[in-house]
Ligand binder design. Structure first.
Ligand SMILES: [Fe+2]
Length: 390
């Protein structure tokens, strides 16, 4: 006799599973603030946190598990989306990064590299993480070492996550996106998604966290992302989001909040969403953060070894000045270095302690603890690459 792990879940989805009224029922849930003790408010069924409150709570190390549990619950069982207002203690880090992005957009245009995105002719910087790192690695320590980025990532993905980032700048008159889900299956044609069994479609949402940092103020007229809270609970959503009946549910129930520069947004990739049209005279710029599970494949290739080399001297300086805590160090290392042991060559890179070979994050933290200079770290990274090759 079969014992179903997910009652009522078919092996593969078919037209029998596309019931817009079921999506509607999910989205009629009303979010209750009392279930989320660290949140400040609920606006349009979206949880709002204050950056100052979360930073203050994090001062007590025992609070981290409480906070990650609450945010995990929000993303998995709750509305699937939360906002952190004033996510940067020092807004100048965001403003300085905006200038780095603007000059990169200008340079890529000059070089004839400017490309649109999946949805039109917005200005894009692919792999803004590594590109910014090669321009100002010190600024990247502050910007990507943000403890709230680490908190949200650990809440959804656990340790060993991989940050990737892409800038999206929507010019005045920029058009709205159509409703969709995100990476992984949100980036596959419908015919391909159909071939994945139902449980794999649902599991894929646990492999990525979608995030965004607002780099400009975003009044509603500028088209900040429209989101449909609770829509990630609808199992067949990766196939159904293109259907007109489901688009109608989205139009009826979607939320849209204004943002201020320095706010952060995080949501499940399975949430129905779409960026709005920019009807203002100003740009709407966001740095889109896509954080991948150690168990998943990220969308972009990122040269993490190069970033480790660029950032190492900045971290050594801060350690020398006593200007960085152990947790901040962990968060920076997590944002840039590879945090997973596999795949590797187990003949030449055998498990030494426990059952997994040393990760690059562990190697880098060891180098920082022992104050290795850049030359020694570079050599160790080179040896690591060689021993891991098949
Ligand atoms: Fe999207």
């Amino acid at each position: 006799m079969d014992i179903p792990l997910n009652k009522g879940l078919p092996s593969f989805f078919s037209v029998n599973d596309f019931h817009p009224e079921k999506l509607q029922a999910e989205c009629e849930h009303q979010l209750s603030l009392e279930n989320y003790p660290h949140a400040e408010a609920v606006e349009q069924n979206i949880l709002i946190y204050q950056g100052d409150d979360l930073r203050a709570a994090l001062m007590d190390p025992s609070k981290e598990l409480v906070l990650t549990s609450e945010l995990c619950r929000c993303l998995r069982d709750g509305p699937g989306v939360f906002v952190i207002r004033n996510a940067y203690e020092n807004l100048s880090h965001v403003d300085k990064m905006t200038k780095v992005f603007q000059s990169r957009i200008y340079q890529e245009k000059l070089d004839g590299q400017a490309k649109g995105d999946h949805f039109g002719t917005n200005e894009r910087i692919w792999n803004s993480l590594q590109k910014a790192c090669s321009v100002d690695s010190g600024l990247c320590v502050d910007y990507y070492g943000n403890p709230l980025l680490a908190l949200a990532s650990r809440a959804w993905l656990g340790p060993g996550y991989q940050v990737t980032a892409q800038v999206n700048n929507v010019k005045p008159g920029g058009e709205a996106q159509s409703v969709h889900r995100d990476y992984h299956l949100g980036f596959q044609p419908e015919a391909v998604s159909h071939q994945f069994p139902a449980h794999a479609q649902m599991a894929s949402q646990y492999l990525t966290l979608q995030g965004a940092v607002a780099h400009t103020d975003m009044p509603v007229e500028s088209g900040p992302t429209l989101l449909l809270p609770f829509s990630h609970h609808f199992p067949a959503g990766y196939l159904a989001y293109r259907l007109p009946a489901f688009m109608k549910v989205f139009e009826k129930h979607r939320s849209q909040l204004a943002f201020k520069c320095g706010d952060m947004l995080f949501f499940s990739p399975a949430l129905f969403h779409a960026a709005g049209a920019n009807r203002t005279a100003k740009d709407r710029m966001a740095n889109l953060l896509q954080v991948s599970s150690a168990f998943g494949r990220a969308m972009e290739q990122v040269n993490r070894t190069q970033m480790v080399k660029l950032i190492h001297p900045r971290l050594l300086d801060r350690l020398k000045e006593g200007a960085i805590s152990d947790r901040q160090l962990r968060d920076v290392v997590s944002a840039f270095a590879d945090g997973y042991s596999f795949p590797t060559n187990l003949d030449s890179d055998p498990p030494m302690h426990g059952s997994a070979p040393e990760t690059c994050q562990q190697l880098w933290l060891r180098a920082l603890r022992e104050r290795w200079d850049s030359g020694r770290l570079k050599q160790a990274l080179l040896e690591r690459t060689t021993t891991r090759q098949a």
